[in-house]
Write a protein that binds this ligand. Structure first.
Ligand code: GLA
Length: 358
Protein backbone atom coordinates (compact mmCIF):
# COMPACT_ATOMS: atom_id res chain seq x y z
CA UNK A 1 0.00 0.00 0.00
CA UNK A 2 1.38 3.42 -0.98
CA UNK A 3 0.48 5.17 2.25
CA UNK A 4 2.44 2.71 4.40
CA UNK A 5 5.34 4.11 6.42
CA UNK A 6 7.83 2.30 8.66
CA UNK A 7 9.66 3.68 11.68
CA UNK A 8 12.45 2.02 13.65
CA UNK A 9 13.92 2.60 17.09
CA UNK A 10 16.88 0.63 18.53
CA UNK A 11 17.27 -1.04 21.91
CA UNK A 12 20.46 -0.32 23.82
CA UNK A 13 23.11 -2.01 25.87
CA UNK A 14 24.54 0.12 28.65
CA UNK A 15 28.32 -0.31 28.84
CA UNK A 16 28.74 1.39 32.21
CA UNK A 17 26.91 3.89 34.44
CA UNK A 18 24.09 1.90 36.00
CA UNK A 19 21.37 3.58 38.07
CA UNK A 20 23.17 6.86 37.59
CA UNK A 21 20.72 8.42 35.11
CA UNK A 22 17.96 9.27 37.58
CA UNK A 23 20.70 10.60 39.86
CA UNK A 24 21.61 13.07 37.08
CA UNK A 25 25.00 11.45 36.54
CA UNK A 26 26.76 9.82 33.58
CA UNK A 27 25.93 6.78 31.45
CA UNK A 28 27.62 5.16 28.45
CA UNK A 29 25.19 3.09 26.37
CA UNK A 30 25.34 2.05 22.73
CA UNK A 31 22.23 1.89 20.56
CA UNK A 32 21.90 -1.67 19.30
CA UNK A 33 21.63 -3.43 16.00
CA UNK A 34 18.36 -4.83 17.44
CA UNK A 35 15.28 -2.67 16.99
CA UNK A 36 11.51 -2.25 17.11
CA UNK A 37 9.77 -1.45 13.84
CA UNK A 38 6.32 0.05 13.52
CA UNK A 39 4.63 -0.02 10.13
CA UNK A 40 1.70 2.35 9.81
CA UNK A 41 -1.22 2.57 7.40
CA UNK A 42 -4.11 5.04 7.57
CA UNK A 43 -7.25 3.58 9.20
CA UNK A 44 -10.43 4.45 7.34
CA UNK A 45 -12.66 3.67 10.34
CA UNK A 46 -11.47 6.39 12.75
CA UNK A 47 -9.67 3.92 14.97
CA UNK A 48 -6.19 3.53 16.42
CA UNK A 49 -5.39 -0.16 15.94
CA UNK A 50 -2.25 -1.75 17.43
CA UNK A 51 -1.03 -5.17 16.46
CA UNK A 52 2.02 -6.68 18.22
CA UNK A 53 3.42 -9.55 16.17
CA UNK A 54 5.31 -11.01 19.16
CA UNK A 55 2.09 -11.37 21.16
CA UNK A 56 -0.16 -11.97 18.16
CA UNK A 57 -2.60 -9.51 19.74
CA UNK A 58 -4.57 -6.58 18.41
CA UNK A 59 -6.04 -3.68 20.44
CA UNK A 60 -8.39 -1.09 18.95
CA UNK A 61 -9.80 2.21 20.24
CA UNK A 62 -11.63 5.16 18.67
CA UNK A 63 -8.99 7.92 18.53
CA UNK A 64 -11.34 10.19 20.52
CA UNK A 65 -11.07 7.84 23.53
CA UNK A 66 -7.28 7.76 23.77
CA UNK A 67 -6.97 10.75 26.08
CA UNK A 68 -9.08 9.04 28.76
CA UNK A 69 -7.55 5.52 28.68
CA UNK A 70 -5.97 4.14 31.85
CA UNK A 71 -3.07 1.62 32.08
CA UNK A 72 -3.72 -2.15 32.05
CA UNK A 73 -0.27 -3.65 32.73
CA UNK A 74 -0.19 -4.60 29.05
CA UNK A 75 2.28 -3.99 26.20
CA UNK A 76 -0.15 -1.48 24.67
CA UNK A 77 0.35 0.79 27.74
CA UNK A 78 3.69 1.92 26.28
CA UNK A 79 2.02 3.11 23.06
CA UNK A 80 -1.00 4.68 24.74
CA UNK A 81 1.24 6.42 27.29
CA UNK A 82 3.18 7.97 24.40
CA UNK A 83 -0.05 8.89 22.57
CA UNK A 84 -1.33 10.72 25.66
CA UNK A 85 1.95 12.62 26.01
CA UNK A 86 1.68 13.69 22.35
CA UNK A 87 -1.92 14.79 22.88
CA UNK A 88 -0.84 16.84 25.91
CA UNK A 89 1.63 18.64 23.62
CA UNK A 90 -1.05 19.42 21.06
CA UNK A 91 -0.34 16.63 18.56
CA UNK A 92 -3.62 14.97 17.57
CA UNK A 93 -3.61 11.19 17.08
CA UNK A 94 -4.70 10.33 13.54
CA UNK A 95 -6.64 7.12 12.77
CA UNK A 96 -3.90 4.58 12.07
CA UNK A 97 -3.10 0.88 12.00
CA UNK A 98 0.22 0.15 13.73
CA UNK A 99 1.93 -3.17 13.07
CA UNK A 100 4.68 -3.70 15.66
CA UNK A 101 7.62 -6.08 15.26
CA UNK A 102 10.77 -6.24 17.33
CA UNK A 103 14.11 -7.99 17.48
CA UNK A 104 14.84 -6.53 20.95
CA UNK A 105 14.22 -9.32 23.47
CA UNK A 106 11.68 -8.40 26.19
CA UNK A 107 12.79 -8.45 29.83
CA UNK A 108 16.47 -8.72 28.89
CA UNK A 109 17.63 -5.31 30.08
CA UNK A 110 18.15 -4.16 26.48
CA UNK A 111 15.37 -1.55 26.57
CA UNK A 112 12.64 -3.15 24.54
CA UNK A 113 10.22 -0.74 26.25
CA UNK A 114 12.11 2.41 25.21
CA UNK A 115 12.43 1.05 21.66
CA UNK A 116 8.64 0.54 21.57
CA UNK A 117 7.96 4.00 23.02
CA UNK A 118 10.27 5.80 20.61
CA UNK A 119 9.15 3.87 17.52
CA UNK A 120 5.53 4.54 18.54
CA UNK A 121 6.19 8.25 19.02
CA UNK A 122 7.64 8.53 15.51
CA UNK A 123 4.81 6.44 14.09
CA UNK A 124 2.11 8.55 15.77
CA UNK A 125 3.81 11.80 14.76
CA UNK A 126 3.70 10.69 11.09
CA UNK A 127 6.47 13.10 10.14
CA UNK A 128 5.28 16.10 12.16
CA UNK A 129 8.38 17.87 13.47
CA UNK A 130 9.32 17.52 17.12
CA UNK A 131 12.76 17.97 18.65
CA UNK A 132 14.49 14.65 19.39
CA UNK A 133 15.22 15.60 22.99
CA UNK A 134 11.55 16.42 23.49
CA UNK A 135 10.61 13.01 22.06
CA UNK A 136 13.02 11.36 24.52
CA UNK A 137 11.49 13.30 27.40
CA UNK A 138 7.90 12.53 26.45
CA UNK A 139 8.69 8.83 26.10
CA UNK A 140 10.33 8.85 29.55
CA UNK A 141 7.25 10.59 30.97
CA UNK A 142 4.99 8.02 29.31
CA UNK A 143 6.90 5.27 31.10
CA UNK A 144 7.00 6.96 34.50
CA UNK A 145 3.52 8.49 34.49
CA UNK A 146 1.42 5.96 32.52
CA UNK A 147 3.27 2.65 32.77
CA UNK A 148 4.30 3.49 36.35
CA UNK A 149 8.06 2.84 36.14
CA UNK A 150 10.00 5.89 37.45
CA UNK A 151 12.90 5.42 35.02
CA UNK A 152 15.68 7.82 34.08
CA UNK A 153 16.19 9.13 30.54
CA UNK A 154 19.07 6.93 29.36
CA UNK A 155 17.13 4.38 27.33
CA UNK A 156 14.90 6.76 25.40
CA UNK A 157 17.76 9.21 24.83
CA UNK A 158 20.03 6.47 23.50
CA UNK A 159 17.31 5.10 21.22
CA UNK A 160 16.96 8.56 19.64
CA UNK A 161 20.58 9.74 19.59
CA UNK A 162 22.50 6.49 18.99
CA UNK A 163 25.63 6.60 16.77
CA UNK A 164 26.51 3.85 14.33
CA UNK A 165 30.21 3.92 15.22
CA UNK A 166 30.41 4.77 18.90
CA UNK A 167 29.04 4.63 22.42
CA UNK A 168 27.25 7.69 23.77
CA UNK A 169 28.44 9.35 26.97
CA UNK A 170 25.36 11.11 28.22
CA UNK A 171 25.40 13.75 30.92
CA UNK A 172 21.96 13.13 32.42
CA UNK A 173 21.85 16.60 33.98
CA UNK A 174 22.75 18.80 31.00
CA UNK A 175 21.30 16.19 28.61
CA UNK A 176 24.28 16.65 26.33
CA UNK A 177 26.07 13.69 24.83
CA UNK A 178 29.37 12.96 23.15
CA UNK A 179 30.28 10.02 20.93
CA UNK A 180 32.95 7.75 22.38
CA UNK A 181 34.47 5.48 19.70
CA UNK A 182 35.41 2.05 21.02
CA UNK A 183 38.79 0.49 20.27
CA UNK A 184 38.95 -2.30 17.67
CA UNK A 185 40.56 -4.52 20.30
CA UNK A 186 37.20 -5.19 22.01
CA UNK A 187 33.99 -6.87 20.87
CA UNK A 188 30.87 -6.24 22.93
CA UNK A 189 28.91 -9.37 23.68
CA UNK A 190 25.58 -9.38 25.55
CA UNK A 191 24.57 -12.62 27.25
CA UNK A 192 20.91 -12.92 28.20
CA UNK A 193 20.41 -14.96 31.37
CA UNK A 194 16.78 -15.52 30.29
CA UNK A 195 15.63 -14.72 33.83
CA UNK A 196 13.90 -11.58 35.09
CA UNK A 197 13.09 -11.82 38.77
CA UNK A 198 9.80 -10.15 39.64
CA UNK A 199 11.46 -8.21 42.46
CA UNK A 200 12.96 -5.92 39.79
CA UNK A 201 10.18 -3.33 39.45
CA UNK A 202 9.58 -2.74 43.14
CA UNK A 203 13.32 -2.77 43.88
CA UNK A 204 13.85 -0.09 41.20
CA UNK A 205 11.30 2.14 42.93
CA UNK A 206 12.93 1.46 46.30
CA UNK A 207 16.38 2.37 44.94
CA UNK A 208 15.05 5.65 43.49
CA UNK A 209 13.58 6.48 46.93
CA UNK A 210 16.77 5.44 48.75
CA UNK A 211 18.82 7.77 46.54
CA UNK A 212 16.44 10.65 47.24
CA UNK A 213 16.82 9.98 50.97
CA UNK A 214 20.62 9.85 50.63
CA UNK A 215 20.50 13.28 48.94
CA UNK A 216 18.57 14.72 51.87
CA UNK A 217 21.05 13.23 54.34
CA UNK A 218 24.04 14.60 52.40
CA UNK A 219 22.41 17.98 51.80
CA UNK A 220 22.72 17.79 47.99
CA UNK A 221 20.02 18.11 45.32
CA UNK A 222 21.27 15.06 43.41
CA UNK A 223 23.90 12.39 44.03
CA UNK A 224 25.74 13.85 41.04
CA UNK A 225 26.94 16.53 43.44
CA UNK A 226 27.88 14.26 46.35
CA UNK A 227 31.49 13.37 47.13
CA UNK A 228 32.59 9.92 48.21
CA UNK A 229 33.36 11.30 51.69
CA UNK A 230 29.78 12.51 52.06
CA UNK A 231 28.26 9.10 51.27
CA UNK A 232 30.91 6.62 52.41
CA UNK A 233 28.56 4.96 54.92
CA UNK A 234 25.56 4.73 52.58
CA UNK A 235 25.92 1.69 50.28
CA UNK A 236 23.37 2.87 47.72
CA UNK A 237 24.79 6.35 47.35
CA UNK A 238 28.33 4.96 47.37
CA UNK A 239 27.48 2.87 44.29
CA UNK A 240 26.14 5.91 42.45
CA UNK A 241 29.08 8.18 43.30
CA UNK A 242 31.73 5.57 42.44
CA UNK A 243 29.84 4.49 39.30
CA UNK A 244 29.84 8.06 37.98
CA UNK A 245 33.61 8.11 38.39
CA UNK A 246 33.89 4.73 36.64
CA UNK A 247 32.06 6.12 33.59
CA UNK A 248 34.61 8.93 33.35
CA UNK A 249 37.52 6.52 33.81
CA UNK A 250 36.08 4.10 31.26
CA UNK A 251 35.75 6.84 28.64
CA UNK A 252 39.40 7.76 29.21
CA UNK A 253 40.47 4.10 28.95
CA UNK A 254 38.42 3.65 25.76
CA UNK A 255 39.98 6.73 24.18
CA UNK A 256 43.42 5.37 25.09
CA UNK A 257 42.59 1.92 23.70
CA UNK A 258 43.27 0.35 27.12
CA UNK A 259 41.09 -2.78 26.97
CA UNK A 260 42.48 -4.21 30.22
CA UNK A 261 41.52 -1.06 32.16
CA UNK A 262 38.09 -0.99 30.51
CA UNK A 263 37.52 -4.59 31.57
CA UNK A 264 38.73 -3.90 35.11
CA UNK A 265 36.19 -1.10 35.43
CA UNK A 266 33.45 -3.48 34.25
CA UNK A 267 34.31 -5.87 37.06
CA UNK A 268 34.42 -3.07 39.67
CA UNK A 269 31.05 -1.85 38.44
CA UNK A 270 29.57 -5.30 38.77
CA UNK A 271 30.88 -5.73 42.32
CA UNK A 272 29.42 -2.38 43.25
CA UNK A 273 25.99 -3.36 41.84
CA UNK A 274 26.19 -6.74 43.55
CA UNK A 275 27.42 -5.64 46.99
CA UNK A 276 26.40 -1.98 47.40
CA UNK A 277 23.36 -1.46 45.18
CA UNK A 278 22.26 -5.10 45.68
CA UNK A 279 20.56 -5.54 42.32
CA UNK A 280 22.26 -8.66 40.98
CA UNK A 281 21.12 -12.27 41.26
CA UNK A 282 22.59 -15.76 41.22
CA UNK A 283 22.28 -16.35 37.47
CA UNK A 284 23.92 -13.02 36.58
CA UNK A 285 26.74 -13.47 39.10
CA UNK A 286 27.38 -16.89 37.60
CA UNK A 287 27.62 -15.41 34.08
CA UNK A 288 30.00 -12.66 35.22
CA UNK A 289 32.22 -14.97 37.27
CA UNK A 290 32.39 -17.49 34.43
CA UNK A 291 33.09 -14.86 31.77
CA UNK A 292 36.01 -13.25 33.55
CA UNK A 293 37.75 -16.64 33.76
CA UNK A 294 37.55 -17.24 30.00
CA UNK A 295 40.43 -16.52 27.59
CA UNK A 296 40.20 -13.15 25.85
CA UNK A 297 37.55 -11.72 28.20
CA UNK A 298 38.64 -8.33 29.58
CA UNK A 299 35.65 -7.89 31.87
CA UNK A 300 31.94 -8.49 32.41
CA UNK A 301 29.08 -6.88 34.30
CA UNK A 302 25.33 -6.88 34.54
CA UNK A 303 23.66 -4.28 32.33
CA UNK A 304 20.27 -2.62 32.78
CA UNK A 305 17.92 -2.29 35.72
CA UNK A 306 18.91 -5.50 37.54
CA UNK A 307 17.61 -8.80 38.93
CA UNK A 308 18.25 -10.68 35.69
CA UNK A 309 18.44 -9.73 32.04
CA UNK A 310 21.83 -9.49 30.37
CA UNK A 311 25.50 -9.28 31.16
CA UNK A 312 27.71 -7.23 28.88
CA UNK A 313 31.16 -8.60 28.14
CA UNK A 314 34.29 -7.04 26.64
CA UNK A 315 36.05 -9.73 24.63
CA UNK A 316 39.01 -9.77 22.23
CA UNK A 317 37.39 -10.15 18.77
CA UNK A 318 39.49 -13.20 17.87
CA UNK A 319 38.39 -14.92 21.13
CA UNK A 320 34.68 -14.16 20.63
CA UNK A 321 33.58 -17.46 18.99
CA UNK A 322 35.24 -19.62 21.67
CA UNK A 323 33.95 -17.29 24.42
CA UNK A 324 30.40 -17.59 23.12
CA UNK A 325 30.55 -21.37 23.03
CA UNK A 326 32.12 -21.69 26.49
CA UNK A 327 29.66 -19.35 28.22
CA UNK A 328 26.74 -21.08 26.55
CA UNK A 329 27.91 -24.51 27.68
CA UNK A 330 28.71 -23.46 31.26
CA UNK A 331 25.36 -21.68 31.72
CA UNK A 332 23.41 -24.60 30.32
CA UNK A 333 25.22 -27.05 32.62
CA UNK A 334 24.81 -24.87 35.72
CA UNK A 335 21.34 -23.38 35.21
CA UNK A 336 19.67 -25.85 32.87
CA UNK A 337 18.84 -23.30 30.20
CA UNK A 338 20.41 -21.79 27.10
CA UNK A 339 21.40 -18.13 27.23
CA UNK A 340 20.75 -15.88 24.22
CA UNK A 341 23.95 -14.30 22.96
CA UNK A 342 24.25 -11.09 20.93
CA UNK A 343 27.32 -9.60 19.33
CA UNK A 344 26.51 -5.91 19.76
CA UNK A 345 27.28 -3.42 17.02
CA UNK A 346 26.54 0.28 17.61
CA UNK A 347 23.58 1.41 15.49
CA UNK A 348 22.20 4.84 14.59
CA UNK A 349 19.25 6.36 16.48
CA UNK A 350 15.58 6.06 15.57
CA UNK A 351 14.33 7.16 12.16
CA UNK A 352 11.88 6.51 9.37
CA UNK A 353 13.01 3.68 7.12
CA UNK A 354 13.25 4.74 3.51
CA UNK A 355 11.89 8.15 4.40
CA UNK A 356 13.11 11.51 5.60
CA UNK A 357 11.48 12.02 8.94
CA UNK A 358 13.99 14.54 10.27
C1 GLA B 1 16.41 0.89 33.48
C2 GLA B 1 15.88 2.31 33.38
C3 GLA B 1 17.00 3.29 33.06
C4 GLA B 1 18.17 3.13 34.02
C5 GLA B 1 18.58 1.66 34.13
C6 GLA B 1 19.63 1.42 35.18
O1 GLA B 1 16.86 0.48 32.23
O2 GLA B 1 14.89 2.40 32.39
O3 GLA B 1 16.50 4.61 33.09
O4 GLA B 1 17.88 3.66 35.28
O5 GLA B 1 17.47 0.82 34.43
O6 GLA B 1 20.83 2.02 34.84
Amino acid sequence: MNDARTFRAPGRVNLIGEHTDYNLGFVLPIALNLDTRVRTTPASDGMLRLHAAAHNETRTWPTAEIASLTPHSHWSDYVIGVAQQLLARGFGIPPLNLHIESTVPEGAGLSSSAALEVASALALLQGRALDRLEIARLCQHAESEFVGMPCGIMDQYCSLFGCDHAALRIDCRSLEAEAVPLPDSVAIIAVNSMVKHSLGQSAYRTRVAECAEACRAAGVTSLRDATLDQVRDNKRARHVVTENQRVQDFVEAARGGDAARMGGLFVESHRSMRDDYEISCEEIDFLVDTAVGLPGCFGARMTGGGFGGCTVNLVAPEAAPAFTEAIRRSYREAMGRDPQIFVCVPAPGADEIGGSFF
